[in-house]
Design a protein around this ligand. Structure first.
Ligand code: ZN
Length: 272
């Protein structure tokens, strides 16, 4: 298993780190979203305990994501988060393949819902904002698995990413040379890099769905409804009466036509 973060990274002390730490601890202490949601203001309470990974990105066991994330035909199983992480990690993986070494298959990994190795906070893999490249050649804990020329090529990739991407080979304690992750929370620095890379963090294309529909789009909607509104829906990919009721509720709260149909405007609320 990859990845190890020092408890408090030397360059990331202060409020953001401790805020993230507290949120993660809330989770590991077993405080369920549903348990807090009853405290009043269902939607607000649920939003307040949105899980985040170590880097401040939303994490979830059923995170909506690009499961087709692949470079040179090598699939990163489970993919990465839609939007900026997809654009940025796609750049990193393509550049790695072009300038460091070819990708091996199997050997590249994406999303994984789990704590940091040896720690309690959620791994950045749990928010779909980290990838592992050529794991067999660069095992967790090993250092010096790349030649000097390859390290220079990696440095060039990181430099182009303006500090938004961190390499596990730069961890201060246990090295993790297979591992690359977003090192900034959602915000201006990430947006600026996406713009620089020429990508637009588009939300995924969403089909219009309503009661009776089944499949991944329904699963995504149920996940997002739970995250945004704390509805406690079973994420089973089956659009039934409970899902319809949740959709109607969130539509009413957001001033939309209350029809129980998840179309472009309702998706926009869910994806916001
Ligand atoms: Zn990793």
């Amino acid at each position: 298993m990859c990845e190890h973060h020092t408890p408090v990274h030397p360059t990331r002390t202060g409020p953001p780190t401790s805020r993230i730490g507290r949120r993660s601890l809330l989770r590991t202490a077993g405080v369920a979203v549903a348990g807090l949601a009853g405290a009043g203001g269902l939607g607000r309470a649920a939003a307040a305990v949105q899980e985040t990974s170590q880097n401040g990105w939303p994490a979830a066991s059923d995170l909506p994501r690009n499961r087709d994330f692949a470079v040179d035909g090598v699939l990163f199983p489970s993919g990465v988060a839609h939007g900026a992480p997809d654009v940025i990690l796609g750049y990193v993986a393509r550049q790695f393949a072009a300038t460091v070494e070819p990708l091996v298959d199997p050997g590249c990994w994406g999303f994984s819902y789990r704590p940091v190795t040896g720690g309690t906070s959620l791994s950045n893999h749990a928010s779909g904002t980290a990838i592992d490249i050529n794991a067999p050649q660069h095992p967790y804990g090993a250092s010096g698995t790349f030649t000097a020329a390859q390290v220079s090529a990696i440095r060039a990739i990181l430099s182009h990413c303006d500090g938004v991407v961190r390499w596990g080979g730069d961890y201060s304690s246990t090295k993790d040379e297979m591992h690359f992750e977003l090192n900034r929370p959602p915000g201006a620095e990430v947006d600026a890099l996406v713009q620089k890379l020429g990508g637009t963090p588009q939300p995924p294309a969403r089909p219009t769905i309503s009661e009776g529909d089944t499949g991944q789009a329904v699963r995504d909607a149920q996940t997002l409804l739970n995250q945004k509104g704390g509805y406690g829906l079973v994420v089973d990919g089956v659009f039934g009466p409970a899902t319809t009721a949740a959709v109607r509720d969130i539509q009413a709260r957001n001033g939309l036509t209350v029809d129980g149909v998840v179309g472009p405007r309702t998706w926009a609320v869910l994806d916001a």
